[in-house]
Design a protein. Structure first.
Length: 287
């Protein structure tokens, strides 16, 4: 798969490739866009292209470096994401990033740190990471991934080269959840499943937020405003809070190598139960 294959992001691959060709690679990037838009896949492709051993057609996908990154065993490419029930990126994780960033590349041309859901950094982690962004170590690239730059500290955003993602698998996912009582379907990979779950989490958080404050400007999925308003009247705060926590738990299962089909079955059951309202008007809850 080449850069051009990344979820139809027509302009983004060219921007990244041009930077590599001209040797104009920034120390910090921020990939912004909806869940499922291919941000994580693009970050991996960029990490492979930067460290690819081929003379051209980077990433070649067949050299030892590309293969190691695909298997997430490359000693100079690191993946950071929220851990634990709090679903935050904590100070200990960022301290580890800083420590590794200050070491020279072991075998690659550059160290690459891919920080997924960067907006999940807590205050301590954000402040510690900011200092590193202000004076980045040599031969080190940070790629932050988030659904919105507004969710990050403005001081962090100002030190990153922003690349926006607009389309992609998120559109397909939205179509698949039009009928919440139906089956969700089968997804080919863990990363896509994780991004789909993140989309659902952000979508139901919008419903929860609208139910509480009724402020449309605070919503991320403004294109689904009518649906958000409708669901906000159907579900209680308690039900929404429970469902969001269940979705976060299902997302964490992916990191523990739980069979994706099991996760999909549980997800389908949860959504069916919440939207298959009986005569009492209460959503059935499975535990």
């Amino acid at each position: 798969m080449s850069f051009e294959d990344i979820n139809m992001q027509h302009n983004i691959p060219e921007i990244l490739k041009e930077g590599i060709r001209r040797n104009r690679i920034f120390s910090s990037y921020l990939f912004v866009g909806p869940a499922g838009a291919g941000k994580l896949e693009a970050a991996k492709k960029f990490a492979k292209a930067v460290n690819c051993l081929s003379e051209n057609n980077k990433p070649c996908e067949i050299c030892l470096s590309c293969k190691k990154i695909n298997s997430q065993i490359h000693p100079d490419v690191f993946f950071v994401e929220p851990k634990g029930p709090s679903s935050f990126i904590g100070i200990d994780q960022i301290r580890e990033v800083i420590q590794k960033a200050n070491l020279k590349p072991y075998e690659g041309k550059s160290k690459v740190f891919i920080i997924n859901n960067a907006h999940s950094m807590n205050v301590q982690a954000s402040n510690a990471f900011l200092k590193t962004l202000e004076e980045p170590p040599e031969n080190t690239i940070f790629i932050l991934i988030s659904r919105s730059k507004e969710l990050l500290l403005s001081t962090i955003v100002s030190r990153c080269h922003i690349i926006r993602f607009f389309i992609g698998e998120a559109i397909k996912m939205k179509g698949k959840i039009e009928n919440f009582t139906g089956e969700i379907g089968v997804y080919p990979g863990r990363e896509e499943l994780k991004e789909n779950l993140e989309f659902l989490i952000s979508f139901f958080r919008d419903i929860f937020l609208y139910k509480i404050v009724k402020n449309e400007k605070m919503l991320f999925h403004k294109d689904r405003l009518d649906e958000i308003k409708d669901k906000a009247t159907q579900l209680t705060q308690e039900e929404l809070d429970y469902l969001i926590k269940r979705l976060i738990t299902l997302r964490s299962y992916i990191d523990y190598n739980v069979n994706p089909k099991i996760i999909m079955d549980v997800l389908s059951n949860e959504l069916r139960n919440y939207y298959a309202r009986g005569s009492t008007g209460k959503a059935a809850r499975s535990r």
